[in-house]
Design a protein around this ligand. Structure first.
Ligand code: ARG
Length: 428
């Protein structure tokens, strides 16, 4: 019997150690951006074991089993994080056809394409702020299972909005109605209604709660800035989300709606186009992040008429685009916390890095722009322990570019090396 048990335990040990096989990698970095200290270090080595960073130093004794990745001619930095994407889709070329002929099933079939493009552009994590039919959740789970390549997704499920809001369908015959399954339209009203919608979203897998504090640009309701929820409704959304351990992001263009959302306690204001001096002070006092999609104006004004978007939408963009950038700069100068978020999906996925140029043109230093997309973004999402810098104990989310982005930030539009959770997805 004893002999039998001995054999069994030996067998288990062999199976166990086989399953536990470790993968060791040494990355040699010519330059390494330390986003925590805001400095560029020279000639560093990074020891990666399985999915984690073990050690970062100028000299590491290379373990004999290690694979060496030589990036000594490159600048290495943490995997980038986009705090505002709609990764499941992008305009297909016909505004009305997209609205009336596409179902979440169409979206689900192609979503993996955009996930791959986003990852290959150097974005190892995204906060995805609104998707129909729970496609974001399916995509997130498939990526986490290792079924398809893509970034880590922190998903909102459906956008929560009032009747007639940016999150509703406006401007069409009231006889036209989409019958989404219960809880999946995202349209909710009143304190009880919005609390219930937050519960649906959490039940359906949301990591974060997104709601419309103000009107929007790419929708047919009138004003861009007007509030679309009362203070009581916004307070209810934020407190309900908090009860379930979720942070809240508010879509808010208008000055008043921004202040209402900040008072309600949102973690971030999205867009922030018409942010005023009082709003800036309030955001500073509350430590609210500004996530401003300062590249989009460029793409919308050059492409959206061709995509069939009606003039009333294009005219709304003309009203807010310039002001958004000016107010972004004022917020930066006042010291409001900035996290990188692009609204990817408004423009083609994979172009996320184009926003860096606009952020530096409107007030951020290149280092601060990189910090907005790494350490700050990780802080906003609540994943700072896991990612956002190249430090021992964090996941090995690491990218590289051929020249130093501190000298020319646009190099971040051409990321050459991508590792996520210790797995190499791109190595040109
Ligand atoms: N999703 C946003 C909206 O429709 C896009 C705004 C884009 N325009 C801009 N200037 N950032 O409101």
């Amino acid at each position: 019997m004893r002999k039998f048990l001995g054999t069994i335990s030996l067998l288990l040990l062999v199976i166990f150690s086989f399953g536990q096989s470790t993968k060791t990698t040494i990355i040699k970095a010519g330059k390494l951006i330390d986003v925590e200290s805001g400095t560029v270090l020279l000639n560093q080595m990074i020891l990666v074991r399985n999915d984690s960073i073990i050690q970062v130093a100028s000299k590491i004794n290379i373990p004999k089993e290690a694979t060496i990745i030589d990036l000594s001619k490159y600048t290495v930095l943490p995997g980038l994080i986009d705090c505002h994407t709609h990764i499941t889709g992008q305009p297909g070329g016909d505004y009305y056809a997209d609205i009336f002929r596409k179902t979440p099933v169409d979206v689900a079939v192609t979503a993996h394409i955009y996930a791959k493009k986003t990852l290959e552009a150097g974005f190892t994590s995204v906060r995805d702020l609104g998707s129909a039919g729970l496609v974001d959740i399916a995509l997130r789970n498939a990526i986490n299972n290792g079924d398809i390549p893509g970034p880590n997704i922190y998903a909102a499920t459906v956008f929560i909005g009032s009747t007639g809001s940016h999150g509703d369908l406006n401007g069409f015959s009231p006889y036209l109605e989409f019958n989404a399954p219960k809880g999946l339209s995202g349209v909710a009203n009143g304190v009880e209604g919005v609390r219930q919608q937050v519960r649906y979203n959490v039940k359906n897998g949301a990591d974060v709660i997104k709601f419309g504090a103000s009107a929007g640009v790419l929708s047919e309701e009138e004003s861009v800035g007007a509030p679309q929820y009362t203070q009581e409704e916004m307070d209810a959304i934020v407190s309900e989300a908090k009860m379930w351990g979720r942070k809240t992001a508010a879509h808010a263009h208008g000055a008043e709606a921004i202040k209402m959302a900040v008072k309600a306690g949102v973690a971030s204001v999205e867009h922030g186009s018409l942010l005023d001096a009082e709003g800036i002070q309030l955001m500073k006092a509350k430590g609210t992040y500004l996530v401003s999609d300062v590249y989009d104006d460029e793409y919308i004004l050059s492409e959206y008429s061709k995509l069939g978007f009606p003039d009333k939408i294009i005219n709304k963009e003309k009203m807010v685009g310039k002001l958004q950038r000016e107010n972004f700069q004022k917020a930066v100068e006042a010291g409001v916390k900035i996290a990188f978020g692009t609204d990817a999906g408004v423009y083609p996925h994979g172009w996320n890095g184009k926003q860096f140029k606009w952020m530096t043109r409107f007030g951020l230093t290149p280092m601060a722009a990189i910090q907005s997309a790494t350490i700050n973004a990780a802080d906003l999402i609540g994943i700072k322990e896991k990612t956002g810098s190249i430090k021992p104990g964090k996941k090995a989310d690491i990218i590289a570019v051929v020249t130093n982005p501190i000298d020319d930030i646009t190099i971040l539009e051409q990321v050459q090396f991508v590792m996520k959770n210790g797995i190499v997805y791109k190595n040109n």
